[in-house]
Design a protein around this ligand. Structure first.
Ligand SMILES: Nc1ncnc2c1ncn2[C@@H]1O[C@H](COP(=O)(O)OP(=O)(O)OP(=O)(O)O)[C@@H](O)[C@H]1O
Ligand SMILES: [Mg+2]
Length: 256
């Protein structure tokens, strides 16, 4: 692993396979994510988007393929040592569809928990960074509240601050707005857009086509466990090559 490789790409996935029992969910997925760019993943339900994201996060272990995230490359065709998997996992932050906050901890404690416990970093420094992150996601005044006192959109923004607090090389989002009431979607997408502008490296599974078009640098369209089409958003979303991509977009954009 060389430093120059990390400066160019934050994710390099090569021929990733994953089956659940008889079901081949990922059937040879390859792509790269250049540093400081946003990648949107779109595709039908069951096409393997979450499975792919969980493989990048190391939450699930693929059956085959090589993935580098940040500075750690793992060849999943071989048994993976625990400490390698731990270092691989630490390269990314994950924002779930529903935020998974600790209900009995305050907003600030939710954000500081990972850096304090998992990373064992000094409390004062962690707290100062968490306060700053909460300001960044527009929740400076909520730090002593508990999750139940927040709206869904606010909770999701805490979830984003929590992922960022671990200083990951890549932030992974799995349909971050799909559990929200429609009027709360914009505030969360706005925070993600700001992260893209700031130069974070992002991979976002989303059905928000307009958002993907405005914010992403590349779009991957997954279908039946492969990336059927990929390219710049204007191309994949505006003028798709594949009939399946066109059908999918048509169904999303014209649901009736
Ligand atoms: N832990 C698991 N055990 C068994 N099957 C699974 C598991 N996780 C996912 N699957 C199956 O793998 C396929 C792909 O699932 P995945 O969650 O990756 O799809 P998705 O593209 O994220 O779909 P959605 O848009 O509905 O979230 C589905 O058929 C799903 O039922
Ligand atoms: Mg999913």
């Amino acid at each position: 692993m060389t430093d120059s490789a990390d400066t160019e790409y934050r994710v390099v996935a090569d021929d990733v396979h994953k089956a659940f029992g008889e079901l081949d969910v990922l059937r040879g997925v390859s792509f790269t994510v250049p540093r400081g760019t946003a990648t949107a993943i779109i595709g039908p339900s069951g096409s393997g988007k979450t499975t792919l994201l969980r493989a990048l996060a190391g939450l699930d272990v693929p059956d085959a393929g090589v993935i580098r995230v940040g500075e750690v490359e793992v060849d999943f065709t071989q048994p993976v040592a625990k400490d390698v998997l731990r270092r691989y996992r630490a390269q990314s932050g994950f924002v779930f569809q529903s935020h998974n906050l600790f209900p009995h901890k305050t907003v600030l404690e939710n954000v500081t928990e990972g850096p304090l416990i998992a990373q064992k970093r000094p409390a004062e420094e962690v707290r100062a960074e968490a306060v700053e992150l909460l300001g960044q996601v527009g929740l400076a005044d909520k730090r002593d509240q508990y999750p139940y006192q927040l709206s869904g959109g606010q909770q999701q923004r805490v979830g984003i601050a929590r992922a960022l607090a671990l200083k990951p090389r890549v932030v992974l989002f799995d349909e971050p707005t799909s559990a929200l009431d429609p009027e709360l979607v914009g505030e969360v997408l706005g925070v993600i857009r700001d992260l893209a502008v700031e130069g974070w490296t992002l991979v976002i599974v989303t059905h928000e086509i307009q958002f993907a078009r405005q914010v992403s640098d590349q779009v991957l369209f997954t279908d039946q466990g492969v990336i059927l089409e990929q390219g710049p958003p204007a191309k994949v979303l505006g003028n798709p090559r594949e009939a399946r991509t066109r059908q999918f977009l048509d169904r999303i954009l014209n649901p009736l």
